[in-house]
Design a binder for this molecule. Structure first.
Ligand code: FES
Length: 145
């Protein structure tokens, strides 16, 4: 026979863990390193990011659209899928001149999305490049083209 107090405690613990796990899962999907990504999505004219927020020689991951916007030079902006072509993690960011994946360390060129360092130390070109996403400058923003 089961002790009702233990059963109730177990149920409450389950509720507490269940209540905590939903926000954590949602956070992974929104932008945490290691979270699963989807595929780029948007409509023409959707604002992705302000041009002023994209550093020259760097870029910005826009998790709401699963896009990474890069700026190889002052006047050039590029768009790529923010889903790593290795195992589908959301790319973690742009630093050191590359688009980086926090899951297994892959890196991609900010100019064309080419794989410049593969997962877990494997060589460049080990995995496919990031698919391009059409973006354009509209006023002070980068928008979905
Ligand atoms: S999922 Fe990006 S390196 Fe493995």
């Amino acid at each position: 026979m089961t002790d009702p107090a233990v059963t109730r405690r177990g149920a409450l613990t389950g509720v507490a863990v269940g209540g905590l796990s939903l926000p954590l899962l949602a956070a992974c999907g929104i932008g945490g390193a290691g979270g699963a990504a989807g595929s780029p999505h948007g409509s023409p004219g959707d604002v992705l990011v302000a041009t002023a927020d994209v550093p020259v020689g760097g870029g910005v991951v826009v998790p709401d659209h699963d896009v990474v916007v890069t700026r190889p030079d002052k006047s050039t902006f590029e768009g790529f899928s923010a889903t790593c072509t290795h195992q589908g993690c959301l790319l973690s960011g742009v630093a050191g001149g590359t688009i980086n994946c926090g899951c297994h360390g892959s890196q991609f060129a900010i100019t064309d999305g080419a794989n410049v360092a593969g997962p877990s130390g494997s060589p460049a070109g080990s995995i496919p490049p990031l698919p391009r996403v059409a973006v354009r400058v509209e006023g002070k923003n980068i928008v979905w083209a």
